[in-house]
Design a protein. Structure first.
Length: 147
């Protein structure tokens, strides 16, 4: 009878403490996810690329090329000026490269410029890119924003 009581006591302790270790694991995993998210978030800098009233910045080739860590702080506010610029569509590939600089990616007749990228740690979650496609004679065929 004493062994039955000891076994029951042992089983009740196991049942009581086993979920605690699962809870502890969940707390650790949840805390890790929150820590990663908080580290990957970045505050807006004091040198904001938008004007005081929040409107777009006029295209500036020098600011377009500015890269801070893995981010381009001015591109998102200037991209519409490029998308709707009819003069840009008359340029050839070498003139686009002179104006915008080296692309982040290049693929047979296409140039890809990263405009904005949201990351979780080093994993990209969302990327906005300016894509320029060239025709066979190296003139701009179209310019699009890819998200």
């Amino acid at each position: 009878m004493k062994t039955d009581t000891a076994n029951n006591y042992s089983r009740s302790l196991t049942r009581m403490f086993w979920p605690l270790s699962v809870r502890a694991k969940l707390i650790i995993i949840g805390g890790s996810i929150i820590a990663i998210c908080s580290v990957s978030c970045k505050e807006d800098s004091a040198d904001s690329p938008t004007s005081k009233d929040g409107t777009e910045v006029i295209f500036d080739s020098v600011k377009w090329r500015v890269k801070e860590e893995d981010n381009y702080p001015y591109r998102d506010q200037m991209v519409n000026a490029l998308l709707y610029d009819n003069d840009l569509r008359t340029l050839n590939e070498s003139a686009i490269l002179d104006l915008l600089g080296a692309p982040d990616r290049r693929n047979e007749g296409y140039l890809y410029y990263t405009v904005n990228q949201t990351r979780l740690g080093f994993w990209p979650l969302h990327t906005k890119s300016l894509v320029v496609k060239f025709s066979a004679d190296n003139n701009v065929e179209w310019i699009k924003l890819h998200e």
